[in-house]
Design a protein around this ligand. Structure first.
Ligand code: ADP
Ligand code: ZN
Length: 215
């Protein structure tokens, strides 16, 4: 099963992609996590990537597409994968399609998480991320039972530098301007499923699983 999670920033893509990974035992590929790992290093590429992320801008397509193509070629993607945060532009979607065609694969379903801008703003300020395993918490709605320590791996939680109100406005506008086209691309292929992302985590996850049934 090859799945894509789409939706505005903080819609819950990462949260549901990790839950799916547990249940279906297929890798969760988050371009945001991959880029943050690159940005934490100490080289010129890290400096470049960090400046895009910190300013709420998209990393250029060429770099992004190469990163994902390399990742999809790894052995663990054999039985399926979950893409989170990719594609974010029409060009990325087309290039992904081309790569999968070459590999004799296809996308089965695209889950679009609908969440209002108001709720996104509330979620962004409460979001905390594990610096080691990238698990996502929210201090208001999904706190770690261990405070500012990750329940899974014991590492420290931090607030992403781009998780502030200024950056979220830019990122949301980028989503409307550039990602909508990619969403429409999948809609035209009849593989897009809209899910209300404002319900409880349990209910949203159930709706996602219902939508994937029969695949
Ligand atoms: P969110 O959880 O808010 O949706 P992500 O963690 O997915 O954010 O992404 C963080 C940042 O990483 C983006 O703002 C962007 O700079 C970069 N990024 C992630 N995915 C892509 C992509 N597909 N294309 C370009 N840039 C990306
Ligand atoms: Zn962790």
């Amino acid at each position: 099963m090859n799945i894509i999670f789409m939706g505005p920033p903080a819609a819950g893509k990462g949260t549901y992609a990790s839950l799916m990974k547990e249940e279906f035992e297929i890798p969760h590929i988050s371009t945001g996590d991959l880029f943050r790992a690159i940005a934490s290093k100490n080289d010129p590429l890290a400096v470049e990537i960090k400046s895009y992320i910190d300013n709420g801008l998209l990393v250029p397509d060429k770099l992004t597409i190469k990163l994902v193509i390399d990742r999809l070629g790894k052995a663990d993607c054999k039985n399926g994968f979950i893409l989170d945060g990719f594609p974010r532009t029409l060009n990325q979607a087309i290039e992904l399609n081309r790569t999968l065609n070459d590999l004799g694969k296809k996308i089965d379903k695209v889950i679009l998480l609908d969440v209002s801008f108001d709720l996104i703003c509330k979620r962004i300020t409460g979001r905390r991320t594990c610096e080691n395993c990238a698990k996502v918490y929210n201090i208001y709605t999904m706190p770690s039972a261990k405070g500012d320590i990750c329940e899974e791996c014991g590492a420290k939680l931090y607030q992403r530098k781009d998780d502030n109100e200024e950056s979220i406005k830019v990122r949301y506008q980028t989503y409307l301007d550039q990602t909508t086209e990619a969403v429409n691309y999948y809609k035209a292929q009849n593989i897009l499923v809209n899910i209300n992302g404002e319900d409880s985590t349990q209910n949203v996850f159930q709706s996602i699983k219902d939508a994937l049934k029969g695949e």
